[in-house]
Ligand binder design. Sequence first.
Ligand SMILES: C[S@@+](CC[C@H](N)C(=O)[O-])C[C@H]1O[C@@H](n2cnc3c(N)ncnc32)[C@H](O)[C@@H]1O
Length: 398
Amino acid sequence: MQLVAKTLFGLEEILQKELENLGAQNIKAGNRVVTFEGDKELMYRCNLWLRTAIAVLTPIAEFRFRDEKDLYRQYSKLDFSKYLTLDKTFAVKGAVHSKLFNYTQFPMLVLKDAIADQFRDKYNERPSVDTERPQVVFDVYISENNCVVSLNSSGAPLFQRGYRRNTGEAPLNEVVAAGLLYLSGWDAKSNFIDVFCGSGTLPIEAALMANGIPSNIARKGYAFQNWADYDEVLWNKIYDEAPKVPKRNLGFRIIGSDIDGDVILKARENIKTLPLGKTIEFEVKDFNDVVVPEGGGTLISNPPYGERLAEYEIGDLYQNIGNYFKRNLAGYTCWIMSSNFDALKRIELKPSKKIQLFNGSLDCDFRRFDIFKGSLVEHKYGAPMQPREPKRYKKKEE
Ligand SMILES: C[S@@+](CC[C@H](N)C(=O)[O-])C[C@H]1O[C@@H](n2cnc3c(N)ncnc32)[C@H](O)[C@@H]1O
């Protein structure tokens, strides 16, 4: 059957690789989606294993329509009783890119009405809508006059992994975190550090990868479990086969640190729901004081951007990050994700790679800085840089 995995801007190729590894066929990456073919077993596996997908869909109809009325007519031709029964709740989600609609939620409301009307006509009753925890989720994708209606096999988005009970103020989306780890080229066999780890999203996703445990191992439930054709035996087999025990000795370290003791407490609470044992070392520390293990590795952090956590002298913070890299991170590949492009320049190291990504609606750069062993780091304008002592950040005057 035809399947579609939705993702975020910039993660399409990564998701394509994940799908190749799961044995998907005819894989094609598009804009925030990857289409592929596979059977029910693959669909179940994708929901459990894909780290960079938001949802896995199965298209049920594709058609062209002239206007709003025609859209309703086309929707009404579908037999919704194949996918939904009166005792199940449902929701309609989707994305609309069409000049035909001023209000982009409208095509989703029209589908909701078409479903309700069809049930009322047939059974004198209609299933209830539940936008919070729907049992059956329909997805609408409209591009100009073309409409694809799909069933969303995931239900709640796949970044809702089930392990995050507590967060800091600006937590990273779990799918973005997994995407950053893959994009960085971290091999999951060497040291991984995040010195602004907040509630721990990056170290947690890293530890799951390093132990070969699916990111969704702690998630409770998927929409496909409410479908009429749900194969519980097959799902249990797939779930039971997945590794759930951490490796005894990874042979390298995964460290998450943050200056805020409360968020580190939250991070420690979060990992309790996961089979990660002592894989992650969480520390309460100013990043300037974090001592990284010898032998090199990868550092990925998303420091404050100055948007949501406005109390810092943000430029000074980024200058300190650059100095910290030069002083302490020889042999490491360091990556910073930020939407604050002015502050990023204050790192004063020439990035060897820049990748455009979004953190929610914020346009961000994910920049790589290679810190070489035994040599002074070159300033971006050519002059060698002497590592400087940290300039502690100042809180802004109230
Ligand atoms: C954007 S948040 C990181 C969110 C994190 N990636 C997550 O998923 O929860 C930035 C974090 O930087 C921390 N921070 C700010 N200044 C710091 C400093 N000087 N040293 C270490 N951490 C700092 C904040 O406490 C905050 O948790």
